[in-house]
Ligand binder design. Structure first.
Ligand code: SIN
Length: 502
């Protein structure tokens, strides 16, 4: 059977992406049109489940980026002058059109990212919820009237869009993360230069075209796709441009640090949603069934490839055996396979490099005494990128896995004795994105909630993400918040007005 290609799915999008032909998939979306990249070069995109080529997309360079920034700069000048209600109406129209193509968008995500189709559908619903949320939020960018300190004066604050926002989007949620950033930026009155990951550029291309059909003016939303070797040229052009006022990045802490350094000369606003090393604590009063359900959600969503994935599971000694037994039973029931196959809920990891990293972390842990309860290896019958859902016990802090993001379907479990020990273990990390704990002791809930160092905390809950709540971390997990009423603040500047002589 011929391999499924991106164009086979894109064709099904009909009017909502009429211009996105096979030819235009090779072109750059800049200034509202699909045009050749300056170099005319393209790069290949692969299906991580099969390693078949699924598309060829433009390999853009510095000249393309500068053109995209210039288009965005011009478009923003008009976009910020229309009313918030008019911006909301365009975003609502984009939302309706994305709803029309949601099933095919999900298929494209499964094709390029590998996640099971049900998860891709959930990602699309999650992504679209940001478009709806920020369409509504655009009318709520309120200022302030401040009692003046001096007679005859009036003092107030207005909020204005920062300008052009560069959005650097990860491969793990190629649709939802783009929509989470872009909807907030557009709602605030900014324009956008978006760079999807080289692994997953296709859903971004569809979103760009649907946004254009939905009424975003030419130049307001531009897309920069590039291959790995081009990334440093492209990101340097973004970071050094004086016409980009804001960079929003989701990805590793190492790259976040680099971007921060590169943005220093032009003093850009930054939102950084970086790595995590989430603890998930199960206290003795917890309902073990709830804790196991929460662990499956927090650990195995997207086959462990989320920044908020539980990375260190800490279980109190008295319920340790019961928890491990119940969790192992559930993990053995997970179905690993190709994302389009029925019943599959665990897909491939994104690249062979990701598989190597998980393999190396597991082998480091076992060489230091960890015990594999289930999994612990690759399913090579399925392909090169399929790691079996795994449970590992006897973890200790000397193992690399307790400090590094696993980004795979491995649940490492550590035994602890009391609450103070659990909190110390949980906070023993330079990261501070998500944390989870399970308890039925109300006093303990408050004590622990106030001591855990993180930006997102699930209490008796493993699925915490939504458009209405703030997403972001502390410590080396980053800066700023996405989603929620706070997310739009990342794209506005505060201007203080002092009116005298009154
Ligand atoms: C992430 O992995 O960073 C995103 C997860 C989410 O938004 O739920």
């Amino acid at each position: 059977m011929a391999a499924l290609r991106a164009v086979d799915i894109v064709k099904k999008l009909g009017n909502q992406a009429a211009r996105l032909t096979e030819g235009n998939l090779r072109k750059a979306f800049v200034g509202g049109v699909w045009r050749d990249a300056h170099s005319k070069k393209t790069f290949l995109v692969y299906n991580p489940a099969t390693w078949e080529v699924i598309a060829e997309v433009p390999d853009m360079n510095k000249d393309d980026v500068l053109e995209a920034i210039s288009e965005a700069h011009t478009a923003q000048k008009s976009w910020c002058r229309i009313t918030a209600k008019e911006r909301a109406s365009v975003l609502k129209n984009c939302h309706t059109r994305l709803l029309d193509v949601k099933d095919h968008l999900a298929e494209l995500i499964t094709l390029e990212q590998g996640k099971p189709l049900v998860e891709a559908q959930a990602e699309v619903a999650y992504g679209l919820s940001f478009v709806e949320w920020f369409a509504e939020e655009s009318s709520r960018v309120y200022g302030d009237i401040i009692p003046a300190p001096i007679k005859g004066q009036r003092t107030l604050v207005i909020k204005q869009p920062v300008g052009v926002a560069a959005l650097i989007v990860p491969w793990n949620f190629p649709c939802a993360m783009l929509l989470r950033k872009a909807s907030a930026a557009l709602a605030a009155g900014c324009s956008v230069v978006a760079k999807p990951s080289e692994e997953t550029p296709l859903s971004a291309m569809v979103i760009a075209e649907v946004f254009a059909q939905g009424g975003t003016p030419p130049g307001l939303f531009n897309l920069v796709t590039c291959s790995r070797p081009q990334i440093s040229e492209v990101s340097d052009a973004i970071c050094t441009s004086n016409d980009i006022s804001k960079v929003s990045f989701t990805g590793s802490t190492a790259v976040g640090r680099l971007l921060m350094r590169n943005c220093a000369d032009s003093i850009k606003r930054l939102s950084l949603e970086l790595g995590g090393n989430a603890p998930l604590i199960v206290f003795k009063s917890a309902d073990v069934e709830t804790a196991v359900k929460g662990t499956i959600a927090a650990k195995f969503r997207n086959t462990g490839q989320t920044c908020i994935a539980a990375n260190r599971i800490l279980v109190q000694d008295v319920i340790f055996d019961e928890y491990v037994e119940q969790l192992t039973k559930k993990v053995k029931g997970l179905k690993l396979g190709k994302g389009f196959d029925t019943g599959v809920n665990q897909g491939p990891l994104i690249t062979p490099k990701a598989i190597d990293k998980v393999t190396q972390l597991v082998s480091d842990a076992t060489s230091k005494g960890a015990e594999i309860i289930t999994g612990g290896n690759i399913d090579d019958q399925l392909g090169t990128c399929f790691y079996r859902p795994s449970v590992i016990t006897n973890m200790d802090p000397s193992m690399d896995m307790t400090h590094e993001e696993i980004f795979g379907p491995v649940a490492p479990i550590t035994k602890f004795h009391d609450e103070d020990e659990a909190i110390a273990l949980a906070n023993n990390t330079s990261y501070g994105l998500a944390s989870y704990f399970f308890t039925n002791d109300l006093r303990q809930s408050w004590r622990v909630a106030e001591q855990i160092e993180c930006g997102i905390l699930g209490i008796n809950e493993g699925a915490v993400s939504a458009a209405s709540v703030p997403f972001g971390g502390i410590k080396q997990s980053g800066l700023g918040r996405e989603g929620s009423k706070y997310g739009i603040n990342e794209y506005v500047d505060i201007k203080y007005l002092c009116i005298g002589g009154l």
